[in-house]
Design a protein around this ligand. Structure first.
Ligand SMILES: *Cc1c(COP(=O)(O)O)cnc(C)c1O
Length: 389
């Protein structure tokens, strides 16, 4: 935890790191090594084998930890982090409450892997505190929130859920991938664990996959480290180095992502072919009051529905030129996706319909290009989507 600096930009650039002691290198080198020579039996410099820990990974954990204001452990992917979270805290017979609007991979993890081990999940509308309350069972050990949720940006009031969970000794984890600790501080709201896919805004340049878990609880932290070492899913040195580089501009990028997304969302809202736009920064957003309370700004993700439905949405996505039709989000390039057929294709249809992942929903990860160029591309693609029927 950083005592060095309060400012978020300073923390993102420096963390608590010092220049490399051997050479003065301002950046932490890529320690591309498997093992570390020990001075004597049991005498070493804190590193013994790179499946357990590595200095470049530790540097990333240092900087991310100062942003989280907690201790951080980094993983090869976001899903490795989420799998480690569940395997660290749960055993056969345990029950978890999960936000119903959630990353598709998290749903697949339960339905196709964890249920076989006898770990049960209820996918619940966590935006309704009553629904969370009703879903709690004697076996409930963990509440896993994703807010804003992917892809409809449904919000959950983190503080309210934590107040419900704490007296019942249920842990609360928040997947904060869409906003990151720069725009949403989950520990201040009472959460026990912060989850990030660093693949997204943290690294931010479409160059790596990675994930992290952060906590202020020493026992949970040790458990995460043990399970990571045992499963073998630590982040690699080069990926960590790229992610450290990305982190330096994270607060600046998120400021620009947020401004661009608001501009694009406002433009889409006024377009005759668009039925509705979901962006927490719009006055029309259904949970606007909670968004203002919980977010410092609203990030780069938005979703919209076309009046002409799925065929038009597919024509739109096939007509974009500047925006790229690609999985992933949170990078400098604007990406457009069709959650129904891409990220949420493995979510059972009934669940998909209930949470609003309709066949005509389009998700946009607004990048850092000039907003006028993004809207110009959408303009021509929307024209094409309504023209050639
Ligand atoms: C991408 C994503 C994940 C999974 O992360 P990977 O790095 O792709 O494994 C988890 N949660 C959310 C919200 C995501 O967007």
């Amino acid at each position: 935890m950083s005592k060095m600096a309060e400012g978020i930009c300073t923390r993102a650039i420096h963390g608590d790191l010092t220049p490399d002691s051997a050479t003065g290198s301002i950046l932490t080198p890529i320690y591309q090594t498997t093992t570390y020579v020990q001075d004597a039996v049991g005498v070493h410099k804190g590193f013994t084998y790179s499946r357990g820990a590595n200095p470049t990974v530790a540097a990333l954990e240092n900087v991310l930890g100062t942003l989280e204001d907690a201790s951080t452990v980094c993983f090869s992917t976001g899903m490795a982090a989420i799998t480690t979270l569940f395997l660290s805290l749960l055993k056969t017979g345990d029950h978890v409450i999960v936000s119903d609007v959630v990353y598709g991979g998290t749903v697949r993890l339960f339905h196709q892997v964890l249920e076989q081990l006898g770990i049960r999940a209820s996918f619940v509308d966590t935006s309704q505190l009553d629904s969370v309350s009703q879903a709690i069972e004697p076996a409930t050990r963990l509440i896993f929130l994703e807010t804003p949720g992917n892809p409809t940006l449904k919000l959950t009031n983190i503080a309210e859920v934590c107040q419900l969970a704490r007296p019942r000794r249920i842990r609360v984890a928040v997947d904060n991938t869409f906003l990151t600790p720069v725009l949403q501080t989950v520990f201040e709201r009472g959460a026990d664990i912060s989850v990030l896919s660093t693949t997204k805004y943290i690294e931010g340049h479409n160059a790596t996959v990675g994930g992290s878990l952060s906590t202020r609880d020493q026992d949970i932290l040790e458990r995460f480290r043990l399970v990571r070492k045992t499963m073998g899913c630590i982040q690699s040195p080069f990926e960590s180095w790229l992610t450290l580089r990305g982190l330096k501009t994270l607060p600046m990028r998120l400021q620009c992502h947020s401004a661009n997304a608001l501009a694009v969302a406002t433009w889409l809202e006024n377009h005759p072919a668009v039925r509705s736009v979901l962006y927490p920064g719009l006055e029309s957003f259904p949970q606007r009051v909670l968004a203002k309370l919980q977010h410092k700004n609203h990030g780069g993700m938005l979703a919209f529905e076309l009046k002409a439905g799925a065929p038009a949405a597919i024509r739109l996505m096939n007509s974009v030129k500047l925006c790229s039709l690609a999985e992933n989000l949170g990078a400098v390039e604007t990406l457009i996706t069709h959650p129904f057929s891409m990220s949420h294709a493995d979510v059972p249809p009934a669940q998909r319909n209930r949470i609003g992942v309709t066949d005509g929903l389009v998700r946009l990860s607004v990048g850092l290009e000039d907003p006028a160029d993004i809207t110009a591309d959408l303009e021509q693609a929307l024209a094409a989507s309504t023209r050639d029927k």
